[in-house]
Ligand binder design. Sequence first.
Ligand code: SF4
Ligand code: SF4
Length: 377
Amino acid sequence: MTSLIAVKKCTSYDPSRVIEAIRECINNISGFDDLEKGDNVLLKPNLLMGASPEEGITTHPTIVEATARILLEKNVKVMIGDSPGSPYTNLENLWEKTGMKSISKKLGIKLLNFESTGSYIKNFKSEKYPIAKPILECDFIINLPKIKTHNLTILTCAIKNMYGAIPGARKTDYHRRYPSPSEFSERIVDIYELTQPNLTIVDGIIGMEGNGPSGGNPRKLGIILASNDTVALDVYISHILGMDPYMIPSNRIAIERGLGKGLGNIKVIGDEPTLIDDFKWPSNIYHALEFLPLRLAKTLLRFWWSRPAIDDRNCKNCGVCVEACPTGALTQGMSSPVFDYEKCVNCLCCMELCPHHAFYHEKSFLYKLTSRLSNRR
Ligand code: SF4
Ligand code: SF4
């Protein structure tokens, strides 16, 4: 059996073009076949933080609104829900800045903050996962991710977006307990397995490249994609962005668990996009080190490192990164937080959640040298 992926070129967030593109994608894969009149439908966008749509960090509101409008024609009840990356996020500000509040007002749709909806504990593979109640109680979930790079997991898109089903501080706790990309990706796939959406529609009009998911640069990609196979979507997106899909731990793990199809079993319907060979992937070094013996990796890390650092000129000393750090490696300082690199596990939660883009990657001489040499190849 092959998985169908619908692709439609769409180069702007013009509302009429977006709604037609999404409608065509849904029709091409019969995406609403399981939907019934009166169903409770939950839209799960990526609302990592209170950022404006132009920053390319959150799912664009036009995608959310278009999907909601198509759904309302089907006489179903629509809700929008998510849990931001940090439990200390000002929710009112987040709904406002991301454009969700305006959609809610216009269409009479309820906004659900997973911090306050409560959760059910799910035992899974020796872990206990608190999953937000609306995710498990609704009749139909539509996953609305954005294509972005991620410093730890390489890609954050369809599979990783369901990680938002975990409310608040527990999200950063998994970073502390599972610091390596592979271990952490196992948890991402666990959560995906527990929350599998019925349909995924991807905001690929403007994605993010470089040091995502919040510190990278917006990149025009000009596509909307949809599928009932969330895993196949991530695999296909990695492929068109020039990355071997199996180098991304969550893709590899999800396919090994039989949760979706690999490249050989995907059929694309619609506008097959041209491959992008200059997409900038993140520069976290931990992926390379995972494959070395521990002692060798530790020795190498004394001379070859890349770590988060704060540019004092941009830091507002707001404390978001201090609260977000799962290991206590950051403490409040006079003008900006202070690092204890002995405690740092390089999860990059601090960088991900800084609302003022004050973080950068500080790199050792040897690291810069090897990067330069590998770029020349
Ligand atoms: S680095 Fe960013 S998150 Fe941390 S205190 Fe400064 S502005 Fe706030
Ligand atoms: S300092 Fe940043 S990268 Fe290091 S453990 Fe804390 S949040 Fe993670």
